[in-house]
Write a protein that binds this ligand. Structure first.
Ligand code: ADP
Ligand code: MG
Length: 277
């Protein structure tokens, strides 16, 4: 058991992209430890390196400096223990929802389990996100919110130790987003997954997270984006959005994030993180 060790360790990480105009340092000096079962949100203005950091943990990028570890092992590439949910579902259009999920299940379990068991896993994952009824539909036959659910089911079906989500609800309307946030709260309470989620939505970050990692953008005098502040969200679970709307701790956390985003850490572009009324 390593339960006392941080589950994900990000140590002194810099990320430099090589571009045609030369190299560009997107992240500098990132240190972060994430506990097993913790829900962490990354928030910050557009361009401050949130996706870059998530992709480093996913193993889709290699750091230019420093190290990333998952469960005491260096992250050397993508792995089934770290499943990614992207903003735009990325389902295969020619496969049914069930087959999309099954494909992911097969990459993890096909070596040791027979087909009926694999299909049962895919069906169970669709049930978990309330999409069992659409198992035999193809992506173009369902709504954006439903596709995003199937994307989440696909990630959950791999039974990942870590769920990495890059603005998973960003493309959805406010009501659908609220509904899926509530579903996600229930799901992670059941699966006890460790979650790292990128968002630009202050209320989403406070509602879901144990800690909110606030990223500062690059500065005009050439300093790279970095991790500016970590805000603990000491709200008990289960959490209910209606009750939280007037909760003093909730409001305090929300204000702290808004103050951070709009006081001295404004992005260089015009992107405004969304505030739900
Ligand atoms: P965020 O997700 O917070 O909006 P990103 O991590 O996508 O930010 O990008 C951080 C910075 O790195 C931005 O300035 C972006 O233009 C730059 N960047 C991202 N990906 C690449 C890449 N593949 N090559 C060069 N620059 C990149
Ligand atoms: Mg991004």
């Amino acid at each position: 058991m390593h339960s006392n060790n941080p589950f994900i360790q990000i140590q002194g990480v810099d990320m430099v992209y090589k571009t045609r105009q030369g190299s560009f340092k997107a992240l500098e000096g990132i240190d972060l430890d994430i506990r097993r079962g913790e829900f962490i949100s990354l928030i910050g203005h557009s361009g401050c390196g949130k996706s870059t950091l998530l992709n480093l943990v996913a193993g889709l990028l290699k750091p230019s400096q420093g190290a990333l570890l998952c469960d005491q092992r260096e992250i050397a590439g993508p792995g089934p223990e770290r499943a990614v949910v992207f903003q735009n579902h990325s389902l295969l259009p020619w496969l049914s929802c069930l087959d999309n999920v099954l494909l992911a299940v097969e990459t993890v379990f096909a070596a040791k389990e027979a087909r009926p068991r694999l299909v049962a896993r895919a069906q169970a994952a669709l049930e978990l996100v309330g999409m069992a009824h659409a198992a035999y539909k193809r992506p173009h036959e369902i709504s954006g919110g439903m596709k995003q659910r199937v994307g989440i089911a696909r990630a959950l079906a791999m039974e990942p130790k870590v769920l990495l989500m890059d603005e998973p609800f960003g493309a959805l309307d406010a009501l659908t987003r609220a509904h899926l946030q509530d579903e996600l709260l229930k799901i992670v309470a059941t699966t006890r997954s460790t979650v790292l989620m990128v968002t630009h939505d202050v209320d989403e970050a406070v509602l879901l997270s144990d800690r909110i990692v606030m990223m500062s953008p690059p500065t005009p005098d050439g300093r790279a984006a970095t991790l500016a502040q970590v805000l603990p969200v000491p709200l008990l679970r289960p959490r209910h959005r209606v009750q939280l709307a007037e909760d003093a701790v909730y409001l305090h956390c929300r204000k702290a994030v808004i103050d951070f985003l709009y006081a001295g850490h404004a992005g260089q572009d015009q992107a405004e993180p969304a505030l739900q009324a």
